[in-house]
Ligand binder design. Sequence first.
Ligand SMILES: Cc1cc2nc3c(=O)[nH]c(=O)nc-3n(C[C@H](O)[C@H](O)[C@H](O)COP(=O)(O)OP(=O)(O)OC[C@H]3O[C@@H](n4cnc5c(N)ncnc54)[C@H](O)[C@@H]3O)c2cc1C
Length: 489
Amino acid sequence: MSNSYDVIVVGAGFGGASSAALLAKRGLKVLLLDKNAKAGGKAMAISKGGWTYTAWLVVSAPVQNNVLEAVLKEVGMEGKVEFVTPGVQGPRFKQSSGKWVIGADEPTPDPVKIFSWLEVPEAEQADALGLLGEMTLMTPKDIAAMDDISYAEYLGRHKVSPGLWSFLTSLISDGCFVLPADAVAASEAITVVQQVFLRGGGVFAKGGIGRVAEAYAEAVGKFGGQTIFRSRVEKINVENGRVTGVSTDKETYRAPIVISNVGIQPTVLKLIGEKHFDKMYVNYVKDLVPSLSFIGARYFLSKPIIPTVPYGAVISRETSWNIDKWIKAKNGQLPEEMPVWFEVPSNYDPGAAPPGKQIVLTGFLGPTDPKLTEKDLKPWFEKGDKMMFEVFPDLEAAIEAREYYTPHDVSVLTRDSVLPGIGGECIGLAQMVGQGGAKKPSITSPIQGLFYVGCDAGGIGVGIQQATDSGMKVADHVMRYHRLRQSMI
Ligand SMILES: Cc1cc2nc3c(=O)[nH]c(=O)nc-3n(C[C@H](O)[C@H](O)[C@H](O)COP(=O)(O)OP(=O)(O)OC[C@H]3O[C@@H](n4cnc5c(N)ncnc54)[C@H](O)[C@@H]3O)c2cc1C
């Protein structure tokens, strides 16, 4: 195959792989490059010594009408991924008695049961129901009007008892956006509340959710394109304000269109270089803020400890993050309790653990600095362990092996650190006030033929579905750009 393509996609995360597959299906000659040995990026599937899991905890939402399946369908790869949507979850809430109580474990839990679990006083339940109804039924226009206020500010306009506050923030802002509630844009949060309340949460895949991105990457070849792994792009080449292709350590590939999935900051500041951009744009890019990181543990257990549920969160009245609490934690003052998420792959995929054993992944907010070592983060890991062992008293004794994952591990698998203290973020750029909704960075760039895809630009929703939504939008946009370009040649 010659080294010339219609489009080169750098990075086979959910955003890059989905856009590459769609463009190949629509007839473009596509080259997809990734530095890793397989697709999936921040949600890569791993198989090791009889255990199969996503690199860390990844729970996807929504379930119904989700974009993961929409792309697979369009590229004819539905049969390649076996989705599992158990329809149940197992969150634990610490009630005033001090007991951790499981709740909301039914496919469509009755709000009154949730309120009683969260100890919402009876006199406040009608208001609480009103708030859930208001968020669930809010029109797109009203949601769009909330880009400039935080989710906490929106919730604060209502009477929300501490248990319900914790439920709505630990699970939505902390869990889905990996940001404190007073940073997340209310528009982004309410969009996800609607997705989860109306279309369900908890999509997994046998073999790990990264299988979806693998199937997208495979589709590129099926439609005549090429995917090359273990190929690190070192430079996106630009001449006279237009992209001309990319260079890896081994080859130079040419194309008039390059779609970058490696993050806006690494693209501009490293792969292209500041000198090709206006100073104002470089400053804008440098000022963009990523989400916080998710760090946690993988527990390989000698026997099943957590029964049936595929995932859950451990929350109390005290667990919600806010910016002040976060700053203190970053400076060494960790809160007494923090929300901890857990996923049990072997509860939705029996092949995920050797017979009679169980794997449990945990995740909680952490700093983004890839320079932090496991030793630096020891207090965070100990806190996460402590909360899990309190809720599941038999867990610690069943651990055969334990691994912690850090922002360094995330950065190595996904994006390069190009600015001090960041690179190990969980989602990508933060969906916060000033960067959320209509203020999200554009998929287009000042360089002709250069587009951004993935969680940094163009998509809506949570993590991998946001990246895939961006992939669909970028594919539509690039198709139009390609046709326009062809008509002018
Ligand atoms: C610990 C953790 C937990 C998470 N939990 C959830 C969850 O529960 N639910 C959810 O929906 N999402 C979750 N996410 C977030 C989700 O995984 C990401 O938001 C999403 O996968 C990002 O996709 P992306 O396409 O934007 O980019 P990425 O996944 O970052 O992909 C970028 C790709 O570019 C490649 N690349 C980078 N530089 C180069 C280069 N120079 N040359 C070639 N290739 C390069 C990388 O190897 C990578 O494959 C989690 C993420 C983490 C880290």
